[in-house]
Design a protein around this ligand. Structure first.
Ligand SMILES: *[C@@H]1O[C@H](CO)[C@@H](O)[C@H](O)[C@H]1NC(C)=O
Ligand SMILES: *[C@@H]1O[C@H](CO)[C@@H](O)[C@H](O)[C@H]1NC(C)=O
Ligand SMILES: *[C@@H]1O[C@H](CO)[C@@H](O)[C@H](O)[C@H]1NC(C)=O
Ligand SMILES: *[C@@H]1O[C@H](CO)[C@@H](O)[C@H](O)[C@H]1NC(C)=O
Ligand SMILES: *[C@@H]1O[C@H](CO)[C@@H](O)[C@H](O)[C@H]1NC(C)=O
Ligand SMILES: *[C@@H]1O[C@H](CO)[C@@H](O)[C@H](O)[C@H]1NC(C)=O
Ligand SMILES: *[C@@H]1O[C@H](CO)[C@@H](O)[C@H](O)[C@H]1NC(C)=O
Ligand SMILES: *[C@@H]1O[C@H](CO)[C@@H](O)[C@H](O)[C@H]1NC(C)=O
Ligand SMILES: *[C@@H]1O[C@H](CO)[C@@H](O)[C@H](O)[C@H]1NC(C)=O
Length: 643
């Protein structure tokens, strides 16, 4: 037993405040201490410089011809500014292999009518944007790749949103939405790329037994760094499922529609463990948690090397969503983040040493519900919808870019806030009214990170909202901006050689076109106990609607429970769930949990409880009563309704 801090005993449990840099496994007579891996000390914060990339001139009007020669003398298009609601475009994508440009999805507007050559700058397109302060031969730092591509060169292309653009490592193609764009065998940023040698091919995923019909519905496509495989998500009645498969160009398809040159997916895996229990499972009347099960809630893509999938997983602590990675071949799971705030978009550097995440940490938005550490993730059976949705206010995200080393959050280390260097003034790099959007992207030499942001806009500000709407300080009053963070003390490394991904994911379920998707295992309603990993236990009661497997209430009574060996929890949470319609959920929440040990805390609801209602698509919070979490004397409150 090796403690470099103090230790104390409460309720028959030996609790230790262990020096984070040198945790070691140990045991005491009264409690089994869990194994704690040994991690190196956290890195020291590093210098980061941030620039904004120039974008095409931007206008508010959608009128034909609104993008005049006065506004863009070079006739290379104007971008659309959105003043209310959502503007997810322009959306920054990956760097080209040499790092001199990024791919970006934009929405051109106000183009003149044909036959004006500028008429091609209309609607959703992909541009390349220089990141090195140089320009294309036009004199512009941008160049549209998909504008003006002849109809015959984009036969049967999928019409979904052209989102998440990703350049292949061969530099000569990019994935965007559910299509692949090829640039005539030239690097995508070559001056030799013209509309006449650019082709847009649809991606086709066969989902019928006989190979007939159109592609299965795919979203959130991500490119494996070995260039030959994709991952994607798909929704059915059971929710979100994740897939991985091989990508092959098929010049003359003989099955399925459209029968045009296309990229076909084969050797598809459903990214669910083929055998064994879920993270949360029952053995008799004991509930157990297995942190080694890759239970993918939302797939995010691949690690830098492509050896792992990244995803948002089943929580390891109540109401605390985190990022995880699972090895494609071995199924080994790593927890990348543990901060109580909400994380989602992420990217891992090509050498797998660094993770960049977009997270609400630092905004204290979720702390009132997730701030108390070490509550086992049991009430999540009824709260996950709400716990995942408080992060947004309508279209407004509260994400900030965070840099974390490969060992993840640990002890008092919660990464480095990448944009912390500003003065907080309107338009500064850390102006809280500018919020990051999915996804951040590392350059392949590890020295830079692209992230992009949108400005809060009505109805998430202004009117009855307590937050007045800010006025954009960006060129043309633009409400999106693309940022490049440079890690100035780092030496660029050569672009690594990336291995082609495997065709078989040994731990996953092979997908056979036409098959019913397997339903994930769940536990049955009933009364259970849960043993703390360190000591103590919880009584758990799980209820479901009559004749339904949908849970409608979870009560957890904590008895001197300790998961981490550092803190001990007593008290209860009793939360019911009601679906008011398909997307609107209501949690009636009662909590009174007292934490002792390293951190002293209370998580409690007001008399009469806390009723929180949200439409999970619109992300608007409406609550009566309060839920607060107080940690070492600091109290965190819920956001105001609709704020
Ligand atoms: C919890 O610990 C306290 C002492 O700190 C003790 O009085 C109580 O009986 C314990 N409760 C249980 C259920 O073990
Ligand atoms: C692009 O702009 C047009 C109007 O010019 C709008 O109708 C369309 O919804 C926009 N597309 C996206 C994806 O924002
Ligand atoms: C970009 O180039 C201009 C003109 O060549 C120069 O003045 C400016 O300092 C450069 N900016 C950066 C960030 O390199
Ligand atoms: C238009 O192109 C010229 C060079 O031909 C360049 O100097 C100028 O910056 C470009 N205009 C814009 C708005 O980028
Ligand atoms: C593309 O091809 C058409 C038809 O051959 C030709 O008229 C046009 O000039 C070409 N455009 C470019 C940019 O090469
Ligand atoms: C991948 O799919 C192809 C086409 O269905 C098949 O011929 C091949 O055997 C599969 N490879 C593996 C490793 O399963
Ligand atoms: C936990 O899950 C892993 C991965 O599925 C499995 O190998 C292991 O046996 C499980 N542990 C227990 C105790 O069930
Ligand atoms: C549940 O199913 C049983 C048997 O089918 C039926 O008699 C009962 O009315 C159902 N209860 C509800 C609430 O639907
Ligand atoms: C809050 O209380 C008001 C007034 O009683 C009621 O109309 C509303 O539905 C309640 N909202 C929630 C989320 O309970």
């Amino acid at each position: 037993m090796r403690f470099s801090g103090t230790s104390l005993t409460i309720a028959g449990c030996l609790l230790a405040s262990i020096s984070e840099a040198s945790k070691s496994s140990s045991a005491s007579s009264s409690c089994q201490l869990h194994n704690v891996e040994t991690y190196p000390p956290p890195p020291v914060p590093e210098p980061i410089s941030i620039i904004k990339l120039p974008l095409p001139p931007s206008i508010v009007s959608d009128e034909v011809g609104a993008c005049t020669k006065d506004i863009n003398p070079n006739g290379t298009g104007c971008l659309r500014i959105v003043l209310t609601g959502d503007d997810s475009l322009p959306q920054g994508g990956t760097f080209t292999p040499d790092g001199t440009a990024i791919v970006v999805t934009v929405n051109f507007t106000g183009a003149p009518a044909q036959p004006d050559p500028a008429s091609i700058y209309s609607g959703e397109h992909i541009i390349l944007l220089k990141t090195d302060n140089t320009t294309f031969s036009s004199g512009d730092p941008w160049k549209c790749i998909t504008c003006g591509v002849p109809a015959a060169s984009q036969l049967g292309r999928n019409k979904d949103l052209l989102d998440y653009p990703r350049v292949f490592k061969d530099g000569k193609r990019f994935l965007v939405g559910t299509n692949i764009v090829e640039t005539g065998g030239y690097p995508v940023d070559s001056e030799l790329v013209t509309p006449n040698n650019t082709y847009i091919y649809p991606i086709y995923w066969p989902v019928t037994g006989d190979g007939s019909g159109s592609t299965g519905a795919m979203r959130e496509l991500r490119l494996h760094p070995g260039d030959h495989h994709l991952s994607w998500s798909s929704f059915d009645g059971n929710g979100q499922n994740s897939f991985y498969g091989r990508l092959t160009f098929n010049p003359v398809p003989t099955t399925g529609e459209p029968r045009v040159p296309r990229y076909d997916l084969s050797n598809v895996s459903i990214l669910q463990p083929a055998t064994g229990n879920g993270v949360l499972y029952a053995e008799g009347n004991e509930l157990k948690i297995n942190q080694s099960v890759p239970e993918i809630g939302e797939l995010r893509g691949f690690s830098g090397s492509g050896k792992e999938f990244t995803y948002i997983g089943y929580p390891m602590e109540a109401c605390n969503f985190d990022g995880f990675a699972v090895n494609l071949l071995t199924g080994a799971v790593r927890r990348l983040t543990s901060h109580p705030e909400y994380v989602d978009p992420m990217d891992i550097s090509a050498d797998d040493e660094w993770t960049a995440v977009l997270d609400t940490r630092g905004t204290d938005r979720q702390m009132f519900m997730s701030g108390m550490r070490g509550i086992p993730p049991l009430s999540d059976l009824v709260t996950s919808g709400i716990c995942a949705s408080v992060r947004n206010n309508g279209m407004r995200r509260f994400f900030r870019p965070i840099l974390i080393d490969k060992y993840g959050d640990r002890g008092d280390y919660f990464g480095q806030t990448i944009n912390a260097g500003g003065d907080g003034s309107p338009g500064s790099i850390n102006d809280p009214n500018w919020n990051a959007r999915a996804d951040p992207q590392f350059s392949l030499d590890g020295t830079r990170l692209m992230y992009y942001e949108t400005l809060v806009k009505t109805p998430a500000c202004g009117g009855e909202n307590p937050l007045p709407c800010p006025v954009s300080t960006e060129p043309d009053g633009r409400t999106t901006r693309i940022m490049i963070a440079t890690f100035t003390s780092r030496k660029p490394y050569p672009v690594p050689k990336f291995d082609i991904g495997p065709d078989v994911i040994p731990w996953a379920i092979p997908y056979v076109p036409g098959m019913e998707l397997p339903v994930r295992q769940s536990i049955s309603p009933g009364k259970y106990t849960y043993k703390g990993k360190h000591c103590g236990y919880a009584d758990v009661a799980i209820y479901a609607n009559a004749n339904s497997t949908r849970f409608n209430r979870v009560r957890v009574d904590l008895h001197n429970l300790s998961e981490d060996g550092e803190n001990i929890l007593n008290g209860f949470e009793d939360i019911s769930l009601e679906y008011l319609d398909t997307w609107t959920v209501l949690n009636d929440w009662r909590s009174n949990i007292v934490q002792r040990g390293k951190v002293k805390g209370v998580k409690e609801t007001s008399p009469g409880g806390f009723q929180i209602q949200m439409n999970l698509r619109k992300n608007l919070l409406e609550a009566n009563g309060t839920l607060t979490t107080t940690l070492d004397g600091k109290t965190y409150y819920q956001p105001k309704n609709n704020a």
